[in-house]
Design a protein around this ligand. Structure first.
Ligand code: SF4
Ligand code: SF4
Length: 471
């Protein structure tokens, strides 16, 4: 028994969050377990467990604690390959992640936001594209055995092509009925060109989430989200007022994700915008209003010009902290801003990595990630004459991408909760963004852990270091 116990070693995914003298939480990113420790020997135990993986002399650990440490994966068998276990979980998740069909109804938009990365083109999906979309969906549902389909209406501004939404939505819902598969939808919109019967549209298309983007209060929003020449419904039209009127209606029937796109020029609008939401009663309506803070960024290889206006990771983290104080309930904050979501190890991947998800561009090509739509060299399947699909050059990269085999991620202790962040950044070799992902976890992870124990922590109280991340 003694010999067996001495062959244990510490997990590379152990972290210690200190709350004060003799009071700490041990957390394991591989299992999601956490244990609060108190007493004079806490420092000795956490130092033993949270450095580089090493053999641990278990006789110095009290038996009940030793059992908890083993159950929580803080102590593991010498021969156990932790990275291989994460890898296995990742590949299972690629197959199990729910099926999402993102349909780019059009590349066109009636607004010309200065930071928009989308290439404007006349391409739109039409009724003629529906049979191929149905064939693909039927085939993937049969091959995967999945029992649900989620459709995301995407653009450009998706509502500029309502004719396609009507026909494709009816056809996909009917396919799901026939196959006894559950159906749901969401939409990402600028909120300016919805039909008058908002509730009917939401119900008919079984939309359960609508994301409406704001660039601040009226002055900033209207300046940044200008109508393109000849596209305003009337000369004095305000894109802000249109979006506000829409959110008022939507919140009677559907969850709204109110996305505030922030950069250095409009970050000061955070406070008045949240005050505006409160005054409008948006956080208190029949359906949830979730405040989503987004950093205007160089989303694609085409928007490198954004690097000047973009908030740094530190500036953005300070903005997040302000949002946490301003928005009345944690439940009204999106998952990257809230601290209240416990950091469990990941069990699903983004839609771009999911085996059974796809993005159909307005050009009919198929992409992995919505942010790539329209990028000439990025489709994973290209539609040719006669509607035949041929593979795009990146298809094998997406099929084989594995964060557990990336040079940095494979040795990173955030790997089980991060899984390499955004795969598109890996594809583009965007090392600056990947570094920011590391900074995010160093600050956010201790706060999320502490929150569960009723301890409020911010980046100035405590953050993990580079040596905590790479051991
Ligand atoms: S934090 Fe950075 S290095 Fe670690 S898994 Fe995420 S992307 Fe990879
Ligand atoms: S995480 Fe990255 S690759 Fe995945 S859907 Fe989002 S932007 Fe695209």
């Amino acid at each position: 028994m003694t010999a067996h116990r001495s062959r244990l070693r510490s997990s590379r995914y152990n972290f210690c969050v200190p709350f004060g003298e003799g009071d700490s939480v041990l957390y394991n990113a591989g299992s999601g377990a956490s244990i609060r420790l108190a007493g004079s020997d806490v420092g000795e135990i956490t130092e033993l467990l949270c450095g580089p993986p090493r053999e641990v002399a278990t006789r110095i650990i009290p038996r009940p604690l030793l059992a908890s440490l083993r159950r929580g994966g803080f102590l593991i068998e010498q021969a156990f390959d932790e990275v291989a276990a994460i890898r296995e979980r990742y590949w299972v998740a690629r197959g199990r992640t729910p099926m999402v069909l993102t349909l780019t109804t059009t590349q066109d938009c009636n607004l010309g936001c200065y930071y928009c990365y989308e290439e404007r083109s006349r391409a739109t999906l039409t009724a003629a594209n529906v049979p191929a979309i149905l064939d693909w969906t039927r085939e993937r549902l049969a091959a995967s055995g999945k029992d649900s389909l989620h459709v995301d209406w995407y653009g450009g501004e998706p509502l500029l092509n309502i004719a396609f939404i009507e026909v494709a939505s009816a056809a996909l819902q009917s396919l799901c009925n026939e196959l006894n598969v559950s159906y749901s939808a969401s939409v990402i919109s600028n909120g300016t060109c919805w039909p008058d019967d908002v509730a009917g549209f939401i119900r008919r298309h079984r939309i359960r989430q609508a994301q409406i983007s704001f660039d601040g209060l009226k002055a900033n929003h209207d300046k940044r989200r200008r109508y393109r020449r000849g596209r305003a419904p009337e000369p004095s039209a305000s894109s802000f007022e249109q979006a506000v009127a829409l959110v008022d209606k939507l919140l009677d029937v559907v969850r709204v994700d109110l996305r505030f796109n922030a950069d250095r020029g409009n970050a000061d609008d955070l406070e008045p915008l949240v005050a505006f939401c409160l005054q409008r009663g948006w956080f208190d309506r029949p359906f949830a209003c979730v405040f989503q803070l987004a950093r205007i960024s160089d989303y694609s290889e085409r928007s490198g010009f954004m690097s000047q206006a973009k908030l740094s990771e530190d500036e953005f983290e300070r903005l997040r902290e302000r949002a946490r104080h301003l928005v009345p309930n944690e439940s009204n904050l999106d998952e990257t801003t809230t601290r209240s979501l416990y950091p469990l190890p990941r069990t699903s991947v983004c839609a771009a990595l999911a085996d059974d998800s796809i993005v159909v561009g307005a050009d009919g090509h198929r992409y992995r990630c919505g942010l790539q739509v329209g990028e000439k060299n990025r489709p994973i399947a290209m539609v040719g004459a006669g509607g035949q699909m041929s593979p795009g050059p990146d298809a094998p990269w997406w099929d084989t991408f594995d964060p557990t085999r990336q040079p940095n991620c494979s040795r990173c202790s955030f790997l089980p909760v991060c899984w390499g962040g955004c795969p598109k950044k890996h594809l583009e070799g965007d090392t600056a963004s990947l570094h920011e992902q590391s900074l995010y976890w160093r600050k956010a992870l201790p706060q999320k852990i502490a929150w569960q124990f009723g301890v409020a922590m911010n980046e100035n109280t405590f953050a993990f270091s580079e040596s905590d991340q790479f051991r």
